[in-house]
Design a protein around this ligand. Structure first.
Ligand SMILES: [Zn+2]
Length: 467
């Protein structure tokens, strides 16, 4: 079909405009997150002579170790329908049967695909630690469940054009429909559609710190490695010098504090476990979600350990000098030698959140400031602010001015004071919603970004401004 030149130019510029509109204002943060998604093109990567990792098929990385008369699968992934595509890709490499499955930990996005590889009665060994599933048990004790905090963090309910993914997994628009799991948490919207598929529990567990097994002629060490979860292990292949870190490593600052709040994680344990991997002197490193590190495992894990240790030590040191968590966010930030490394960037975990969590876990809620012992209610604080500037209307006009001056964060803070004093003020909700949408779009850490934009959407909906 022939088209006049002017029409083609219009068409092309129209497509370009659509593209940029879909990316919102495309801050540097958005561009970097979208750029990162290129990592998750579906592919099988050969890590060592007999080790193959599938990336981009599921939200987690899935690996096949090829032995003499069979294969071992490390982390079958989150869903049998997706895991069976991984199996097909692996079968193109070898038709040897599955002899064993190893779970690095009990999160559903690593475990629930097991039925694609497991067949009853074939003597397939399924390995995990003896405390497999301890996190879920802990949540049962506290009564805390994955809820709105979780879905806000993962961005499950964002509009398609607002979704950029969560920094360490395939972006949502590329995921097929179904019951999706991320970081052990089912999607609230998808969970309503389909029940969870069955999964295979470990048939073999170990409670010692290190267990050596031989499967299909391959020597495998399973090593207890609490960190992202208490039931985490790492897999070490001494002959191939490959370490499988599970979720104790992915190319991002570690998610030491998940915003959803459930199941606390110990950075001290995490550092010890990364150090233990460093001591193995590995060549290659397979993380829980991102592409494998080939040839540079020792260097990368050493930096990972040292950066976490630096943040921990600096936070404790500052706390002993009476610094508050707010002060420590600057004081314990990563120095340039770590900050410049892409695999330590805030894609998924955040350094700031880690600093605040270290403080909260080791010192509790009291930040050392005497006035924190005499806090007024949020409404009273907002009333003081309104009195100071000359009334609620002045607060509102200051919020609008801030928005015009491109100070979206300032606008959101001022509008929040108005909402506390006038809970039904739709204008203030709309302004705060619009301001938070901008703040979120400029936020690089994916969970913080998703949470902020989800909150913006709720406020705009309440203000009747939702399109
Ligand atoms: Zn994971």
């Amino acid at each position: 079909m022939k088209m006049p030149f002017r029409f083609i130019v219009l068409l092309v510029s129209g497509i370009a405009w659509l593209g940029s509109a879909a990316l919102g204002q495309s801050s540097e943060a958005t561009k970097r997150l979208l750029e990162r998604n290129k990592m998750f093109e579906p592919q099988v990567i050969k890590v060592a002579e007999n080790v193959y990792t599938a990336i981009g098929y599921q939200v987690s990385a899935n690996t096949m170790i090829v032995g003499d008369d069979g294969v071992i699968i490390v982390d079958p992934g989150q869903l049998p329908i997706l895991a069976s595509k991984v199996r097909k890709a692996f079968e193109a490499i070898t038709d040897k049967p599955v002899k064993a499955i190893i779970y690095t930990h009990s999160h559903g996005d690593h475990v629930n695909g097991s039925l694609a590889f497991y067949e009853e009665g074939k003597g397939i060994q399924v390995w995990g630690r003896a405390n497999f599933g301890s996190e879920q048990k802990q949540n049962t004790v506290t009564g805390l469940k994955a809820g709105v905090r979780s879905s806000n963090t993962q961005g499950f309910d964002l509009k398609p054009e607002q979704k950029t993914g969560i920094g360490v997994a395939i972006p949502p628009e590329r995921r097929p429909a179904g019951n999706m799991m991320r970081d052990g948490v089912p999607s609230t919207n998808n969970a309503r559609r389909a029940p969870l598929p069955g999964k295979v529990d470990p048939t073999h567990t170990f409670s010692e710190s290190r267990k050596r097994i031989q499967i299909a002629g391959v020597t495998i060490d399973l090593v207890a490695a609490p960190g992202e979860t208490a039931d985490q292990l790492y897999v070490w292949l001494p002959d191939q010098k490959v370490v499988f870190a599970g979720d104790n490593f992915y190319q991002s600052w570690p998610n030491v504090y998940p915003l959803r709040g459930t199941a606390r994680r110990s950075i001290r344990d995490w550092i010890t476990s990364v150090d233990s991997m460093v001591q193995e002197k590995p060549k290659h490193l397979i993380g829980g979600h991102t592409t494998p590190i080939i040839g540079k495992a020792s260097e990368v894990l050493t930096n990972y350990r040292d950066a976490m240790q630096w943040v921990y030590s600096r936070t404790i040191e500052g706390a002993q000098k009476f610094m508050t968590p707010d002060d420590l966010v600057e004081y314990a930030a990563l120095p340039e030698r770590f900050a410049k490394l892409d695999y330590l960037a805030d894609y998924y975990g955040s350094v700031e959140g880690t600093i605040r969590d270290i403080y909260a876990q080791d010192l509790g809620w009291f930040d050392g400031n005497a006035l924190s012992l005499h806090r007024e209610s949020p409404k009273k604080q907002s009333q003081r602010m309104a009195d100071l500037v000359g009334g609620v209307d002045v607060l509102m006009s200051k919020a609008r001015k801030a928005m015009k001056a491109d100070d979206a964060l300032g606008a959101a803070q001022l509008a929040e004071h108005v909402i506390r004093l006038q809970p039904n003020n739709k204008g203030a909700k709309r302004l705060m919603g619009e301001a938070l949408a901008i703040v979120g779009e400029r936020t690089f850490n994916a969970p913080m970004r998703n949470y902020t934009i989800s909150t913006a959407n709720r406020l705009l909906k309440e203000a009747g401004a939702d399109k």
